[in-house]
Design a protein around this ligand. Structure first.
Ligand code: KIV
Length: 266
């Protein structure tokens, strides 16, 4: 299967075809999603809450991101792998940003990195892009800014915020980002941004007017607990399926049905 590249992502936008992206954190899920033909795999720092059990993404470290990106890279053959830059890996200086982006490409095998922020993140995006590391920006609801935002809430409902988000989108494009995630904003604003910039927009909770869509894989699979944001579509309820399988195993071990004759080494 032909490897999907940054050129294919740009081509899809120009041809008006939708770009697909899902998160992945481990080799098996990466292998399955890759074989289904997803265009991009995002090793999101949602790793923190989705996989590691933290309340938010802030505790995720560079070592966490390197380890999980390595696993995802081992599982894919075609998809383009983007790795998140975790909180405080790029905010303090452009040198930090460049060094840490370099680790994700060199040690972990990512093909691009993702940075949260608009105008404020433009210097870091520029520094990384100038080293020929493709950067995906991320504006709107940026989970690393949870304390500034006062929680996870829709961004860009007021006129002033709308103008700020348009300015953010233009700033990240100008700084050299190859694409931008638009998270949790009114659909008409996301559609306007998509029209006004040349780089592909990837929406999550931003409506159908974006060039592509991304979702957290655990939300898609019904593996993220009872809270489900309105913008998520859950395609299967794996929690029930896993619970049923594990329950059967426990009963069979307790009652002596497992292991049966066919599972015994001779
Ligand atoms: O970390 C993540 O999973 C993300 C997506 C929600 C876009 O940033």
């Amino acid at each position: 299967m032909k490897k999907f590249s940054i050129l294919d992502i740009q081509r899809l936008k120009h041809e008006g075809r939708k770009i697909t992206m899902l998160t992945a954190y481990d080799v098996q899920i990466a292998r399955i999603l890759d074989s289904c033909g997803v265009d991009m795999l995002l090793v999101g720092d949602s790793l923190g809450n989705v996989v590691l059990g933290f309340e938010n993404t802030l505790p995720v470290s560079m070592d966490d991101m390197v380890r999980h990106t390595q696993a995802v890279v081992r599982g894919r053959t075609r998809a383009f792998v983007v790795a998140d830059m975790p909180f405080m890996s790029y905010q303090a200086s452009c040198e930090d940003a460049l060094r840490n982006a370099g680790r994700l490409v060199k040690e972990a095998g990512a093909e691009a990195v993702k940075v949260e922020g608009g105008v404020n993140a433009a210097p870091a995006i520029r520094a990384i892009a100038q080293a020929d590391i493709p950067v995906m920006a991320h504006i709107g609801l940026t989970p690393q800014s949870v304390h500034r935002m006062g929680g996870f809430r829709v961004q860009g409902r007021e006129e002033q915020q709308r103008q700020k988000l348009v300015a953010d989108a233009m700033a990240v494009e100008e700084a050299g980002a190859f694409s931008v995630v638009l998270e949790c904003m009114p659909a008409d604003l996301a559609a306007e941004i998509t029209q006004r910039i040349a780089i592909p927009t990837i929406g999550i909770g931003a409506g159908p007017g974006c060039d592509g869509q991304v979702l957290v894989i655990n939300d898609v699979l019904g593996l993220s607990g009872p809270f489900r944001p309105k913008f998520v579509k859950q395609y299967v309820q794996l929690e029930d399926i896993i619970g049923k399988a594990a329950g059967e195993y426990i009963n069979e071990v307790r009652s002596g049905i497992f292991p049966g004759d066919e599972h015994i080494m001779k």
